[in-house]
Design a protein around this ligand. Sequence first.
Ligand code: UDP
Length: 474
Amino acid sequence: MASEKMQKRPHAIMISLHYQGHITPFVNLALKIASKGFSVTFVHNEFVHHTISKSHNIHQFNLFSESGLDIRYATISDGFPVEFDRFRHGEVYIESILRDFSIRFDEFVGKIIESNPTSLQATFLVTDTLYSWPETIANKYGLVNVSFWTQPALVFSLDYHFELLRENGHFPCKDNMEEEINYIPGIESFNTRDLMPYLKEAEMDKVSPKIIINSFRGVKKADFILHNTVYELEPTTLSALNKNQPNYAIGPISFSQNLAKTNPIRSHSFWPDSDCTEWLASKPPGSVLYVSFGSLVEVSKQVFQEIALGILLSEVHFIWVVRGGVTDAFLDGFEDEIKDKGLIIPWCNQIQVLSNPCVGGFLTHCGWNSIQESMWCEVPMICYPLAYDQPTNRKLVVDVWKIGINLSDGVPINRACVAQNVRKLMNASTSEGLRMEARKMKDILRDANKNGGSSDLNFDQFVKDLKAKLHAMD
Ligand code: UDP
């Protein structure tokens, strides 16, 4: 028995949400956990697996086959046919995931436990904070429950304190209310105007507030919480959270040291990359605006057109990612009109494009991964947040860290304001301050990930605490 215990290798079962912005950090976290000597079973939703295989034209692929690490790859059905458009029918889909998916995941965990020898018995779960059921499954199988949050700690803390917001009349928050929130531990001052839209009245009949309430009730019972952020970026928020539960800022996980060697291909990406290198090579340094902020599912045709015409008016060069490609609905004749000024593509290796010296600005919807990637590449941003955490992330980028500007300041999007702000961002003299701050951000991110940097140390501390907890449960 003693020797069996000695040989027992801690084994994680990991599952992310089905969005690209969650999958990428999860894949990197799996590599990082396995690189510390743990076994990992990484579970993908079958439809995610199918989409990735189809777009990369690889059959029977194993996401981690080239990593050289002990990571087993598995898939699990979400109960919908593969063809079902989960993004277009996001509400129906998420509602069902909330209701039914835990049963499937529970069965999956049961089977893994049944089929593995004692030495490889699953010992901990690593799940997306937005799932509401990990605690139940962790309790049922006696597993340690690790929650991974893929957005800024500021957003986590606002969600975490939803009861406090409620007590103060800020959840649900009146749509046009502008009041200071100064009662959340670690958040000095924050205006209701910058709250995530799912905490506001207009979205109360949607599924997002239900997800937040359920998952943030659940996360309060997690054993450990990992954050894909950097302590130095959000010190007071993270320190205050730490008083409740063990929280570890370990980001940005995609740039974590030692992962480069084990992260061989972008096989976790939903769509194949268009190669922009040749096009970029013909443009002067810093002259290209990289645009990626959503698709026609999320933005009305009129807004898309005003942004497109505004960018044309600004006369800057641009690469524009239009997810799913350009449709007729996008802008009649737009592609002919842009000539060599711009390139429209369905998808690219975003980090590669942002790190190209010809790219001088990023028009972004303020997804948290995009923000971190932009910081890493020292590219200032022009922000057009659409939903979820994005308006709150914008606050950090524009008002707190001063590495970006707004696409429109309080006025409805129109081509003139788009052109004016794009010119401001892309002009070296008007954006000098932003670029200086962006360079500082890069230093913070790089230092945190160095040997002995805060994210590196926090990850080691997490591993130590996890092992101690597992040992105590043995
Ligand atoms: N991305 C990419 N190629 C593209 C557009 C996006 O690889 O053409 C990646 C990007 O690098 C980022 C992720 O998709 O890692 C999007 O995540 P983010 O959190 O920025 O936004 P979300 O779409 O999840 O709101």
